[in-house]
Design a protein around this ligand. Sequence first.
Ligand SMILES: Nc1ncnc2c1ncn2[C@@H]1O[C@H](COP(=O)(O)OP(=O)(O)OP(=O)(O)O)[C@@H](O)[C@H]1O
Ligand SMILES: [Mg+2]
Length: 249
Amino acid sequence: MLSIPYTGSDPLTLSLCLNKARTKEVLSYHKINTPQFLVADSINSLENFQLTFPVIVKPIAEGSSKGIFNSSYVESIDKLSAFLNENLSKYLQPFIIEEFLPGREFTAAIIGNNNDTVVLPLVEINYTELPDHIHPIYSFEAKWIYDTSANPLDIFTCPAKLPESLEREIKDLAIKTYDVLNCKDWSRIDIRLDKNGKPAIIEVNPIPGILPNPEDNSCFPKAAKAQGISYVELVNKVLDAAAERHGLI
Ligand SMILES: Nc1ncnc2c1ncn2[C@@H]1O[C@H](COP(=O)(O)OP(=O)(O)OP(=O)(O)O)[C@@H](O)[C@H]1O
Ligand SMILES: [Mg+2]
Protein backbone atom coordinates (compact mmCIF):
# COMPACT_ATOMS: atom_id res chain seq x y z
CA MET A 1 0.00 0.00 0.00
CA LEU A 2 2.90 2.36 0.75
CA SER A 3 4.82 1.22 -2.36
CA ILE A 4 7.64 -0.13 -0.21
CA PRO A 5 9.10 -3.18 -1.97
CA TYR A 6 9.26 -6.34 0.13
CA THR A 7 10.45 -9.92 -0.17
CA GLY A 8 7.98 -12.77 -0.59
CA SER A 9 4.42 -13.31 -1.73
CA ASP A 10 1.64 -10.72 -1.66
CA PRO A 11 -1.19 -10.64 0.92
CA LEU A 12 -3.56 -12.63 -1.33
CA THR A 13 -1.13 -15.56 -1.62
CA LEU A 14 -0.17 -15.40 2.07
CA SER A 15 -3.81 -15.46 3.19
CA LEU A 16 -4.79 -18.15 0.70
CA CYS A 17 -1.94 -20.46 1.76
CA LEU A 18 -2.72 -19.95 5.45
CA ASN A 19 -6.12 -21.55 4.80
CA LYS A 20 -5.29 -25.17 3.93
CA ALA A 21 -8.75 -25.94 2.49
CA ARG A 22 -8.87 -22.87 0.19
CA THR A 23 -5.34 -23.73 -1.02
CA LYS A 24 -6.44 -27.27 -1.86
CA GLU A 25 -9.54 -25.99 -3.67
CA VAL A 26 -7.32 -23.90 -5.96
CA LEU A 27 -4.93 -26.82 -6.49
CA SER A 28 -7.83 -29.15 -7.34
CA TYR A 29 -9.12 -26.70 -9.97
CA HIS A 30 -5.67 -26.92 -11.59
CA LYS A 31 -5.72 -30.75 -11.34
CA ILE A 32 -2.79 -30.81 -8.91
CA ASN A 33 -2.83 -34.00 -6.82
CA THR A 34 -3.83 -33.32 -3.18
CA PRO A 35 -5.74 -35.60 -0.76
CA GLN A 36 -9.55 -35.57 -0.52
CA PHE A 37 -10.74 -33.51 2.42
CA LEU A 38 -13.64 -32.20 4.47
CA VAL A 39 -13.81 -29.05 6.59
CA ALA A 40 -15.41 -29.46 10.03
CA ASP A 41 -16.56 -26.43 12.01
CA SER A 42 -18.78 -28.53 14.29
CA ILE A 43 -19.54 -32.19 14.93
CA ASN A 44 -22.50 -31.84 12.52
CA SER A 45 -19.98 -31.50 9.67
CA LEU A 46 -19.40 -35.27 10.00
CA GLU A 47 -22.96 -36.04 8.79
CA ASN A 48 -21.74 -36.16 5.17
CA PHE A 49 -18.50 -37.93 5.95
CA GLN A 50 -17.35 -39.97 2.93
CA LEU A 51 -13.57 -40.05 3.25
CA THR A 52 -11.57 -43.27 3.53
CA PHE A 53 -9.78 -43.91 6.84
CA PRO A 54 -7.13 -43.34 8.07
CA VAL A 55 -7.42 -39.57 8.04
CA ILE A 56 -5.39 -36.76 9.55
CA VAL A 57 -7.13 -33.87 11.34
CA LYS A 58 -5.48 -30.45 11.42
CA PRO A 59 -6.44 -26.90 12.43
CA ILE A 60 -7.32 -25.16 9.17
CA ALA A 61 -4.91 -22.23 9.59
CA GLU A 62 -1.81 -22.98 11.65
CA GLY A 63 1.84 -23.88 11.03
CA SER A 64 4.85 -25.47 12.72
CA SER A 65 2.57 -28.42 13.55
CA LYS A 66 0.52 -26.42 16.07
CA GLY A 67 -2.52 -28.61 16.79
CA ILE A 68 -1.09 -31.61 14.88
CA PHE A 69 -0.34 -34.40 17.33
CA ASN A 70 0.21 -38.13 17.16
CA SER A 71 -3.52 -38.39 18.00
CA SER A 72 -4.38 -36.38 14.85
CA TYR A 73 -3.94 -39.62 12.87
CA VAL A 74 -7.43 -41.10 13.18
CA GLU A 75 -8.79 -44.50 12.08
CA SER A 76 -12.50 -44.45 13.00
CA ILE A 77 -15.51 -42.13 13.03
CA ASP A 78 -15.82 -42.44 16.84
CA LYS A 79 -12.24 -41.33 17.36
CA LEU A 80 -12.75 -38.52 14.86
CA SER A 81 -15.82 -37.20 16.75
CA ALA A 82 -13.94 -37.40 20.04
CA PHE A 83 -10.96 -35.55 18.55
CA LEU A 84 -13.16 -32.76 17.17
CA ASN A 85 -15.16 -32.49 20.41
CA GLU A 86 -11.97 -31.94 22.33
CA ASN A 87 -10.17 -29.65 19.90
CA LEU A 88 -12.69 -27.40 18.07
CA SER A 89 -13.27 -25.32 21.20
CA LYS A 90 -9.55 -25.24 22.00
CA TYR A 91 -8.34 -23.88 18.66
CA LEU A 92 -11.32 -21.63 17.86
CA GLN A 93 -11.17 -22.41 14.13
CA PRO A 94 -12.43 -25.15 11.79
CA PHE A 95 -10.40 -28.33 11.30
CA ILE A 96 -9.52 -29.88 7.96
CA ILE A 97 -9.90 -33.66 7.79
CA GLU A 98 -7.75 -35.17 5.04
CA GLU A 99 -7.26 -38.69 3.71
CA PHE A 100 -3.88 -39.88 4.96
CA LEU A 101 -1.02 -40.12 2.44
CA PRO A 102 0.91 -43.24 3.48
CA GLY A 103 4.07 -42.81 1.40
CA ARG A 104 7.46 -41.12 1.76
CA GLU A 105 7.42 -37.43 2.67
CA PHE A 106 9.50 -34.65 1.13
CA THR A 107 9.70 -30.91 1.26
CA ALA A 108 10.74 -28.73 -1.67
CA ALA A 109 12.47 -25.42 -0.95
CA ILE A 110 12.05 -22.99 -3.85
CA ILE A 111 13.81 -19.70 -4.63
CA GLY A 112 13.23 -17.29 -7.51
CA ASN A 113 10.63 -16.10 -9.99
CA ASN A 114 9.54 -16.87 -13.54
CA ASN A 115 12.21 -18.68 -15.55
CA ASP A 116 14.77 -18.33 -12.72
CA THR A 117 12.78 -20.41 -10.24
CA VAL A 118 14.99 -23.11 -8.66
CA VAL A 119 14.05 -26.06 -6.46
CA LEU A 120 16.84 -26.79 -3.95
CA PRO A 121 17.75 -30.44 -3.21
CA LEU A 122 14.68 -32.25 -1.84
CA VAL A 123 14.57 -32.97 1.91
CA GLU A 124 13.08 -36.31 2.99
CA ILE A 125 11.58 -36.73 6.49
CA ASN A 126 13.02 -39.88 8.11
CA TYR A 127 10.27 -41.51 10.14
CA THR A 128 12.57 -44.31 11.28
CA GLU A 129 14.06 -41.74 13.69
CA LEU A 130 10.79 -41.52 15.66
CA PRO A 131 9.87 -44.01 18.40
CA ASP A 132 8.08 -47.15 17.06
CA HIS A 133 4.70 -46.43 18.71
CA ILE A 134 4.46 -43.01 16.99
CA HIS A 135 2.58 -42.54 13.70
CA PRO A 136 4.74 -41.48 10.73
CA ILE A 137 3.76 -37.82 10.76
CA TYR A 138 5.85 -34.71 11.28
CA SER A 139 3.71 -33.81 14.29
CA PHE A 140 4.14 -31.34 17.14
CA GLU A 141 5.77 -34.11 19.18
CA ALA A 142 8.15 -34.98 16.31
CA LYS A 143 9.18 -31.34 15.69
CA TRP A 144 9.34 -29.98 19.22
CA ILE A 145 9.44 -32.76 21.82
CA TYR A 146 11.46 -35.69 20.40
CA ASP A 147 13.81 -33.37 18.45
CA THR A 148 15.66 -30.71 20.45
CA SER A 149 18.97 -28.91 19.88
CA ALA A 150 20.33 -30.70 22.96
CA ASN A 151 19.24 -34.09 21.53
CA PRO A 152 18.78 -33.66 17.76
CA LEU A 153 17.14 -36.42 15.70
CA ASP A 154 18.62 -37.31 12.33
CA ILE A 155 15.19 -36.50 10.89
CA PHE A 156 16.20 -35.16 7.44
CA THR A 157 17.91 -36.78 4.47
CA CYS A 158 19.06 -34.17 1.99
CA PRO A 159 19.40 -34.62 -0.90
CA ALA A 160 16.64 -37.26 -0.71
CA LYS A 161 17.66 -40.53 -2.36
CA LEU A 162 15.22 -41.00 -5.22
CA PRO A 163 15.01 -42.36 -8.77
CA GLU A 164 15.65 -39.46 -11.14
CA SER A 165 12.18 -39.65 -12.71
CA LEU A 166 10.40 -39.43 -9.33
CA GLU A 167 12.64 -36.56 -8.24
CA ARG A 168 11.77 -34.70 -11.46
CA GLU A 169 8.06 -35.42 -10.94
CA ILE A 170 8.17 -34.04 -7.37
CA LYS A 171 10.12 -30.93 -8.38
CA ASP A 172 7.79 -30.25 -11.34
CA LEU A 173 4.75 -30.60 -9.06
CA ALA A 174 6.34 -28.17 -6.58
CA ILE A 175 7.03 -25.56 -9.29
CA LYS A 176 3.54 -25.92 -10.76
CA THR A 177 2.03 -25.42 -7.29
CA TYR A 178 4.27 -22.37 -6.68
CA ASP A 179 3.14 -20.83 -9.98
CA VAL A 180 -0.55 -21.58 -9.58
CA LEU A 181 -0.60 -19.90 -6.15
CA ASN A 182 1.45 -16.94 -7.42
CA CYS A 183 4.23 -17.45 -4.89
CA LYS A 184 7.02 -14.87 -5.08
CA ASP A 185 10.76 -15.08 -4.32
CA TRP A 186 10.63 -18.18 -2.12
CA SER A 187 8.39 -20.82 -0.53
CA ARG A 188 8.55 -24.35 0.86
CA ILE A 189 6.12 -26.97 -0.37
CA ASP A 190 5.33 -30.15 1.59
CA ILE A 191 4.72 -33.25 -0.52
CA ARG A 192 3.97 -36.89 0.25
CA LEU A 193 3.48 -39.98 -1.92
CA ASP A 194 -0.08 -41.33 -2.04
CA LYS A 195 -1.04 -45.02 -1.90
CA ASN A 196 -0.20 -45.35 -5.62
CA GLY A 197 3.24 -43.77 -5.18
CA LYS A 198 2.15 -40.51 -6.86
CA PRO A 199 3.36 -37.26 -5.28
CA ALA A 200 0.60 -35.16 -3.68
CA ILE A 201 0.64 -31.70 -2.10
CA ILE A 202 0.17 -31.52 1.68
CA GLU A 203 0.52 -27.75 2.07
CA VAL A 204 2.36 -24.63 0.93
CA ASN A 205 4.48 -22.37 3.16
CA PRO A 206 5.05 -18.99 1.47
CA ILE A 207 6.98 -17.77 4.56
CA PRO A 208 9.01 -20.85 5.47
CA GLY A 209 10.79 -21.09 8.81
CA ILE A 210 14.58 -20.62 8.64
CA LEU A 211 16.13 -21.40 12.03
CA PRO A 212 19.69 -20.02 11.85
CA ASN A 213 21.33 -22.52 14.22
CA PRO A 214 22.38 -25.56 12.10
CA GLU A 215 21.79 -27.78 15.16
CA ASP A 216 18.08 -26.94 15.02
CA ASN A 217 16.51 -28.99 12.25
CA SER A 218 15.12 -26.51 9.74
CA CYS A 219 14.28 -27.72 6.23
CA PHE A 220 15.04 -24.64 4.12
CA PRO A 221 18.57 -23.95 5.47
CA LYS A 222 19.26 -27.71 5.25
CA ALA A 223 18.27 -27.79 1.56
CA ALA A 224 20.37 -24.68 0.87
CA LYS A 225 23.39 -26.23 2.57
CA ALA A 226 23.09 -29.35 0.38
CA GLN A 227 23.48 -27.03 -2.63
CA GLY A 228 26.52 -25.30 -1.04
CA ILE A 229 24.48 -22.20 -0.09
CA SER A 230 25.24 -20.79 3.40
CA TYR A 231 22.57 -19.26 5.66
CA VAL A 232 23.65 -15.70 4.80
CA GLU A 233 23.76 -16.51 1.08
CA LEU A 234 20.25 -17.99 1.35
CA VAL A 235 18.87 -14.79 2.89
CA ASN A 236 20.62 -12.74 0.21
CA LYS A 237 19.29 -14.94 -2.60
CA VAL A 238 15.71 -14.27 -1.44
CA LEU A 239 16.50 -10.56 -1.22
CA ASP A 240 18.05 -10.59 -4.71
CA ALA A 241 15.03 -12.41 -6.17
CA ALA A 242 12.74 -9.70 -4.74
CA ALA A 243 15.03 -6.84 -5.84
CA GLU A 244 15.13 -8.21 -9.37
CA ARG A 245 11.35 -8.69 -9.44
CA HIS A 246 10.88 -5.06 -8.36
CA GLY A 247 13.36 -3.88 -11.03
CA LEU A 248 15.80 -2.65 -8.38
CA ILE A 249 18.80 -4.61 -9.72
N1 LIG B 1 -2.86 -35.71 4.26
C1 LIG B 1 -1.76 -36.07 4.91
N2 LIG B 1 -1.28 -37.32 4.80
C2 LIG B 1 -0.18 -37.73 5.47
N3 LIG B 1 0.50 -36.96 6.33
C3 LIG B 1 0.06 -35.69 6.50
C4 LIG B 1 -1.07 -35.17 5.79
N4 LIG B 1 -1.26 -33.87 6.19
C5 LIG B 1 -0.28 -33.61 7.08
N5 LIG B 1 0.50 -34.69 7.28
C6 LIG B 1 1.63 -34.83 8.21
O1 LIG B 1 1.55 -33.81 9.20
C7 LIG B 1 2.67 -32.92 9.08
C8 LIG B 1 2.24 -31.50 9.38
O2 LIG B 1 1.21 -31.13 8.47
P1 LIG B 1 1.23 -29.71 7.78
O3 LIG B 1 2.48 -29.58 6.97
O4 LIG B 1 -0.06 -29.50 7.09
O5 LIG B 1 1.31 -28.77 9.08
P2 LIG B 1 1.98 -27.37 9.39
O6 LIG B 1 1.82 -27.13 10.83
O7 LIG B 1 1.43 -26.33 8.47
O8 LIG B 1 3.51 -27.62 9.02
P3 LIG B 1 4.72 -26.56 8.80
O9 LIG B 1 5.63 -26.74 9.98
O10 LIG B 1 5.32 -27.07 7.53
O11 LIG B 1 4.13 -25.19 8.72
C9 LIG B 1 3.20 -33.13 7.67
O12 LIG B 1 4.55 -32.79 7.58
C10 LIG B 1 2.95 -34.63 7.48
O13 LIG B 1 3.92 -35.42 8.13
MG1 LIG C 1 4.09 -28.54 6.76
